[in-house]
Design a binder for this molecule. Sequence first.
Ligand SMILES: *[C@@H]1O[C@H](CO)[C@@H](O)[C@H](O)[C@H]1NC(C)=O
Length: 478
Amino acid sequence: MRRGCPVAVLLCLAVGVVTIHHVHAQATFANVTLRANGGDLEAVVYLPQGLKPGEPTYYQSTRFDWSSMIGHITRTSTDWQGNKETHTLYGIRNWRVPHDPYWPESGMGLASEFGVGDDGSFCNFFCGWNHVNEVTNGVLGYRDAKIGESFLKIGVGELIKGSCSSCDSAEDYKFNSPYQFATPPVWTLDDPGDGRSITLNHEAVLREHGYQLKKEITLHDDQLLVKTTLRNIGRVPFATAWYSHHFFTCDSHPVGSGYEVDVDLAATDGEYEEPGTWSWATPLQDYAEIDATKDTVSIRMQRGVESNVRIKAEFVKDDHSRGGFTLKACHTSIHETIPEVSKSSSGISMYAYNLYVESGTFSPEPQIYIHLMPGQSTSWTQQLDFQDYLPPSLSSRFYSLQQNINPMMHSFHPPPIPMAVISILAGAVLGAFVMLRMTNRRRGSYNLIPDCDPLVNPHADIQDNNVCGFPRDLLCKG
Ligand SMILES: *[C@@H]1O[C@H](CO)[C@@H](O)[C@H](O)[C@H]1NC(C)=O
C-alpha cells in the first residue's frame, strides 16, 4: 500500500504541486464581494449573466443554479498572541482549470444543483433514502417535450431538449452536458448597499410548469448564510432533490493529507456504498481513514489524490442525519447546517448524502428533498460557521500553553508547527476501516454516469489536465 510511503516523498510532491498552482493567472468575472467581521471575512458572489452588462460571467452553463457561485472566501484570524493568519477557502484555482464558463461542471464554491448529479430526467419509484416516488432530476416538462421543444432546469432556465452534443437518445437527460437555451434566463439583483448581503431573483415558466427562485446571501460576523427560496408557480406539483456541490479546497492545496470532514451520519457506523468503483471511481479507503464515533463519522485524507482519480461514496441512510458536516483544513473549520431540514413546517427532508473527492475538490454533498404543490414555496438556509482549528494532537499542546500563560511568559513563542509534523501524525494514526460494499443499489431511472463526461468535452486543454482520465468506451455504453 502506498500509505507507507516516506514522508519526505509526500512533502516533495506537495511542494511541487503547490508551486505549479501559483503560476495560473487569475481572470476576473462580474462579482460582488461581501465583507463582515471588520473585513476579516470576505466572500465573492459571482453574478449571473446580464447583471453587470459587458462583464464576463463566471458560469453560463446548464447544470448549476446560476445564483450559487459563492466562494473564494478569505478569512483572517488572529491568535492569542496577536499573529494574523489569512486563508482562502473554496478558491477557484484547483477545479477544472483553465476555467470555461460554458462547461456544465465548472462551478465553484457553494455551486448547487437541483437534481441528484446523475443522468435521467426522473426517478419513478423508491427514490433516495426515504423511497419516495416521482422525483424530477431538477428538470420540469422534460418528458412531455419533443426533441427541439423546451424544458426547464431549475436555477438555470429554459433549455432545448436534444440540443446537447452527447444527446444520443434525447429521452435521456444528461445532467452534465451543455444544452442550448431556448431563451436567455432573466436575473435581478437587490443590493441593499450594506456591503454584506445581496439577493438574486429569477423565474421561468413553460406550459404548465414554472418556478421562482430567490437567493439571499449574507455574511454576519464569522458566518455565511445562503438562503434559497423556491416557489412552484406552475399548475402542477413537482418534487426534486437539491444539493450544494461544495467545491472545497483550501489555500489552493490539492486534496490530500490535512483535509478532513466530519459528517452527521453517526448512526450509519461509517457505512457507505461505492457503485462507481465498478467503472469510473476509486475506493475512498485507498486514500482516507474513516472513523465512526457515537457523534459523527470522520473522513481524514491520508495522501494526495492523483489527477485521474475520482472518488464517490454514497452513505447509507441515517434516520437521525440532518445533513450537517464540518470541513477542516489549513487551521480552519467550517461547520455547515441546514436548520430547516426535518422541520415539519418546511416540508424539507433528507434525500441522500454523498462525498465526492478529486484532487481539485473535497465535496461533502448532503442532498435534500423538496416537494411543492402549485403556488407553494419553501426555504432552506446553508449556514456556514467558520472557526480556527488545529488538529487535536497539536491543539491540546497549544491550549495547555495558553492556560499556563502569565505575564512573564508573554514573550514566549511556541515553535511554528510545520506541515511535516501534521503529515507524520496523520500518517501514523491507524483506524478501523469500514467494509467496502461494492453493491449496486436501486436507483430508479438515474444511472451511474459520474461528474464528468469526456464525450462532450470540447476542449483539449481540459483533457490534458486529465479531468477524465479513463477510456471513452467505459462511459459510451449507450
Ligand atoms: C471582482 O470584480 C472586480 C471588479 O469589479 C475585480 O477587480 C475583481 O478581480 C473581481 N474578483 C474576482 C475574484 O474575480
